[in-house]
Design a protein around this ligand. Structure first.
Ligand code: S3P
Length: 456
């Protein structure tokens, strides 16, 4: 087992406290990218300083922006203006981050530069054709490994054409890549999405002064962007990431006697599918102090221990909770009745095959789950999950954190083989959870020793 293996056991009491979690990953990437494309200096506060976002910061520097860390979470970006990015002198290594890699493909497509993108073994296994195919139509050229995978060489277009693209899969990353390329094109770039996905790119385009029209009809959205705007530097306040808040909140729902508040959580309606689902399951989840900060809705979310029941979650909700399914599956393992999570095909191409990794996580903890087509089905009787196993994380931060949440609530402790990737999105996760528990309920294990805790 690697040095970063850890185990989680029952705290033997409820989790309690009021915490802040790190900044939103999606908004943090975009703040750095828009800062690099704007004229003037963008001040960002609350930036997530996780590995994924630090890769984007390094890439923006390599593309000619001045990027400076002023204080923890406070960053300053002096931009180069739309079309002003320069050719990077070396390979851009995007680490574990699909968002960074795909959005940067969009940025590069509109600039007359040559660049090579690579990443870690997880990212090098992920499909990139979903962005390189539409972006090729603007005049950019991409050469990659089989299946269009990284490493990928990009030759951006000198005079990019505006794109008109209907998303074949609901993906904010693909939508954003097309819109970022559209910034450098003359004329109107049009993207149509059959299912609305997170709209942080659209919000930030407006915030930096671009002209954007969005037509909404049910779940469908049509976005039209006027090309070659002058983006002006604008301050960005990054809210706490709802996808990170999910872990302590679900832990509080599952550990008897708990009550945990996460402050300033981003509550963009295209990100709150997990909270809606947990409420349908009977969760005591309360939002207070709802407000708008930096153009995004935020609020303090309090979760208290709850007895949950199984639910049937429609596939149309998937885009609003796409990163939350592993921890939702953990919650379903403690519910009474059958939970059916529909339409999870996209989970197969995340940091790991998350559908398979989630089933394996549950199986390692004594919980049977089945995959029927693209649905995940978990049938339980409301008893605590047995736990007791070791979960393989497959370089996936959210599988690691979900497994540790499972360990806090299950009958027996749970080990994970590698916690190192948690830093991609949630640095400080282990310390924060131990703080809520009032002791070291998550601690390193060397493979021979048992995980901590284990109070029945
Ligand atoms: C993200 C979009 C989602 C999500 C990812 C972040 C973004 O991916 O899974 O963690 O910032 O645009 P897809 O848009 O590919 O579903």
């Amino acid at each position: 087992m690697r040095a970063s293996a850890a185990g989680a056991g029952s705290p033997g009491r409820g989790l309690s406290g009021r915490i802040g979690v790190p900044g939103d990953k999606s908004i943090s990437h975009r703040a750095l990218m828009f800062g690099a494309l704007a004229v003037g200096t963008t001040e960002i506060t609350g930036l997530l300083e996780g590995e994924d976002v630090l890769r984007t910061a390094a890439a923006m520097r390599a593309l000619g922006a001045e990027v400076e860390r002023v204080a923890p979470g406070h960053w300053r970006v002096a931009g180069r203006g739309v079309g002003g990015l320069v050719e990077p002198a070396d390979v851009l290594d995007m680490g574990n981050s699909g968002t960074a890699a795909r959005l940067i493909c969009g940025l590069l497509a509109g600039h007359p530069v040559f660049a090579v993108l690579t990443g870690d073994a997880s990212l090098r296994g992920r499909p990139m054709r979903r962005v390189t195919e539409p972006l090729s139509a603007c005049g950019a050229r991409f050469t990659g490994r089989a299946g269009g995978r990284l490493p990928l060489a990009v030759e951006g277009a000198a005079d990019p054409l505006p794109l008109d693209y209907v998303l074949p899969v609901p993906s904010a990353q693909v939508k954003s890549a097309v819109l970022l390329a559209g910034l450098c094109a003359r004329g109107i770039t049009r993207v149509e999405e059959p299912e609305a996905t997170r709209d942080h790119t659209e919000n930030m385009l407006r915030h930096f002064g671009a002209v954007l029209r969005v037509e909404a009809e049910g779940h469908r959205r049509v976005i039209e962007l006027e090309g070659q705007p002058e983006l002006r530097a604008a301050p960005v306040v990054v809210p706490a990431d709802p996808s990170s808040a999910a872990f302590p909140l679900v832990a509080a729902l599952l550990v008897p006697g708990s009550r945990v508040t996460v402050a300033g959580v981003g509550l963009n309606p295209l990100r709150t599918g997990l909270f809606a689902t947990l409420r349908e399951m009977g969760a005591d989840l309360v939002v207070s102090g709802a407000r708008v900060e930096g153009g995004e809705s935020v609020g303090d979310v309090t979760a208290s221990f709850s007895e949950l029941r199984g639910v049937d979650v429609p596939g149309s909700r998937a885009p609003s909770m796409i990163d939350e399914y592993p921890v939702l599956a953990v919650a379903a393992a403690f519910a009474r009745g059958t939970t059916r999570l529909r339409g999870l095909g996209e989970l197969r191409v995340k940091e790991s095959d998350r559908l398979a990794a989630t089933v394996a996580l549950l199986a390692a903890c004594g919980v049977a789950a089945s995959v029927e087509g693209d649905d995940l089905v978990i049938a339980r009787d409301g008893a605590r999950a047995p736990g007791g196993g070791t979960v393989v994380t497959h370089m996936d931060h959210r599988i690691a954190m979900s497994a540790l949440v499972m360990g806090l609530a299950s009958e027996r402790p749970v080990a994970v083989d590698d916690t190192g990737f948690i830093d991609t999105s949630f640095p400080g996760f282990v310390g924060m959870m131990n703080g809520l528990a009032g002791g070291a309920v998550i601690a390193p294990v060397d493979g021979a020793a048992s995980p901590p805790g284990g109070v029945p």
